[in-house]
Ligand binder design. Sequence first.
Ligand SMILES: Nc1ncnc2c1ncn2[C@@H]1O[C@H](COP(=O)(O)OP(=O)(O)OP(=O)(O)O)[C@@H](O)[C@H]1O
Length: 286
Amino acid sequence: MSSDSAVTVRGLRKSYGSFDAVRGIDFDIRRGETFALLGPNGAGKSTTIEILEGYRDRSAGEVSVLGVDPAAGGTRWKARLGIVLQTGAEATNVTVREQLAHFARFYPSPRDVDEVMAAVGLTEKAKARLRSLSGGQRRRLDVALGVIGRPELLFLDEPTTGFDPEARHRFWELIRSLKREGTTILLTTHYLDEAAQLSDRAAVIAEGRLVDMGAIDQLGGAEARVPIVRWREADGTPRSERTDTPAALVAQLTAAAGGEPSDLEVIRPSLEDVYLDLVQRVGAES
Ligand SMILES: Nc1ncnc2c1ncn2[C@@H]1O[C@H](COP(=O)(O)OP(=O)(O)OP(=O)(O)O)[C@@H](O)[C@H]1O
């Protein structure tokens, strides 16, 4: 297995009783890369991540995380990981600062508690008790706890659910700064704009299988990104056409209309459009 891979997954399978949740998945995450695992509810993302974190047994396949099989990973290996689970910390009576300081002590070279609070926007809540935090603030604390140990590899399972837009943008900045420091990041998110903003590559999984994988701007292949020209005919009928030469089509429509075509727009499919197309194809085939 290649040493510049932080994560290597080959033929991964996981069954819960007779239900096959993960049905043979292969991927690598390079060191320093931000990799997004995308897919609909129930696709098998959390199952895969929890196997990589060592929280769940696998049914079959080979997995290496920072050179270690997670099924045999000890506490020194675990200290090199940062984990933000889908279900966050329990709301207790301790304060934000106390909780972060407490977790910082588990790691050999933790980040500064004040810096981490500032990065997730919790400085003003340093003395607040966890049970008094709002849902979004608690989620920010989860993220803070995930990065306090200065992890080599950070797992982020739907990290910004419940964040307001400003907090989400601040979180993106935090992730970019971690990336600049060389942290490898595995992200799952249902926010496609978040995946597009943060990740170098993404894998799309559906029904436990890999549907596509590649650079974020190449998912779905070239044909998925062909621009769409939309306009309205003189009688009001809406029209749309996909074309590699939108300027030529617009010129043609303009000439035919003898001026500005009605409701004209030229759009390039977004990552969300490409993603929906990929997962809907799987749904239609099964
Ligand atoms: N402990 C379990 N026992 C039985 N089935 C499970 C268990 N955990 C997950 N599953 C099933 O396995 C499938 C994959 O679940 P998983 O949580 O990995 O999906 P996901 O892609 O993370 O979804 P979401 O986006 O909703 O978080 C689902 O159909 C789920 O119901």
